[in-house]
Design a protein around this ligand. Structure first.
Ligand code: FEO
Length: 394
């Protein structure tokens, strides 16, 4: 693709990765992704905002050549992760006078990760500016977007915010700008859930920090550009600041049908109590969808059979994931079955130190659930509904 001008002398020069299906050897990418890079030609200096994944270096180099770029003065490194910095060694080799602009921490990480020579760097402080002539870059330190070295860049004259990973979406599309807000909302929420949610309190501070900037365009490092910034700013506000909703997330595994019977009964009981339930069979679940459901949920109830005296390993994995993602959850419980005994509850309860949750009385059935077990599920469902009501979770 040819470079595209998004404002006068501001170009999109990154790469679309249609076929990538896994990120960090962990995160599913059902819709591919993009590695966005932006070239800014000032009247005196030229700056590149980020590079691309090393697998896409040819695309970036080709697009820079297409713009007739013979020299670059500054390469802004918003973030040291290789999907944005991986092509940096190649770019600094091709453009020997270019200096890498980064936070002090990012400089150290780029030296460690990519062996970039120290003399190639300029470090910048929070709110420091860099003039390109008739265009000015302002750097906004924003640690923990989702690594500790990250910063945002604001192009003052064009009122464009380049926030790195923040506000991004793993979405391969030929749309330079968001055209289908429903589709991008889903992709951006998935991205937030998987990558930004563990740093929710940091993200709150960053939203506060940028709230007085006049922003016409948000150009993130992944996915389409926002020419209606309030769309993604409002979505982020609701994800990071709002109270959880009247939702129970119910990830489960069933081996011989007892836990499944309990899950089915319990989902019905919760629905009768006016609670929305999102049920996930962990043997087939896309963990990105589970992460998205955790963004708004007030309660998680895990459904597990007992395996080797503990929870099913896939349930343990989901609990580990929820603990790492640090969602806004307030309550957690466990339902399931056992044959002759076990310690599933104790083991799962020990796996959630990051979650500030109240543990509600679990319901475990010996073998197939009987009348008393179903009654206990009714009681748990009504307790959850009551707790949500008392907390005004709508
Ligand atoms: Fe898109 Fe954290 O790299």
């Amino acid at each position: 693709m040819k470079p595209v001008e998004i404002r006068s002398r501001v170009y999109s020069v990154g790469a679309i990765d249609w076929d990538r299906r896994l990120f960090d050897a962990l995160i599913p990418l059902p819709d591919g992704t993009s590695y966005n890079s932006y070239l800014i030609k000032g009247s005196e200096k030229i700056a590149l905002i980020d590079t691309v994944d090393p697998t896409m270096g040819d695309v970036l180099m080709h697009r820079l050549s297409g713009l007739g770029v013979e020299s670059i003065d500054y390469i802004v490194a918003s973030h040291a992760e290789q999907d944005h910095s991986g092509a940096l060694p190649r770019v600094i080799e091709k453009y020997p006078s270019a200096r890498v602009v980064a936070t002090p921490k990012c400089k150290g990480m780029l030296i460690d990760l990519l062996l970039i020579p120290e003399e190639r760097f300029i470090t910048v402080g929070d709110k420091e500016t860099l003039s390109l002539g008739d265009k000015t870059l302002e750097f906004i330190h924003a640690p923990w977007v989702h690594w500790p070295e990250t910063m945002l860049t604001y192009l003052r004259e064009d009122r464009i915010l380049f926030p790195g990973d923040l506000f991004g979406s793993h979405l391969a599309t030929t749309d330079l700008y968001v055209r289908d807000e429903g589709q991008v909302y889903e992709a951006a929420k998935r991205y937030y859930a998987e990558i930004m949610m563990p740093f929710r309190t940091n993200i709150q501070k960053h939203l506060e920090k940028i709230k007085d900037y006049e922003i016409d365009i948000i150009a993130p490092s992944h996915g389409p550009i926002y020419d209606r910034p309030e769309f993604i700013l409002e979505a982020y506000h609701s994800w990071v600041f709002d109270e959880p909703k009247n939702i129970v997330v119910l990830p489960y595994v069933s081996m011989h049908g007892s836990t499944r019977k309990m899950v089915e009964y319990f989902v019905g009981a919760l629905a009768q109590n006016g609670v929305t339930v999102k049920q996930f069979d962990l043997t087939v679940t896309d963990i990105g969808k589970l992460a998205m459901a955790l963004v708004d949920a007030a309660t998680v109830v895990m459904g597990t059979p007992t395996v080797l005296v503990g929870p099913h390993p896939q349930v343990a994995y989901a609990v580990l994931l929820a603990n790492a993602l640090r969602p806004k959850l307030r309550f957690i419980s466990i339902i399931g079955s056992y044959g002759w005994g076990g310690k599933a509850v104790e083991q799962l309860a020990g796996m959630i130190p990051n979650l500030k949750v109240e543990i509600l009385e679990p319901v475990l059935s010996k073998g197939f659930p009987k009348e008393a077990d179903l009654k206990a599920l009714d009681s748990l469902a009504s307790t959850i509904a009551q707790k949500h009501k008392e907390n005004h979770f709508a």
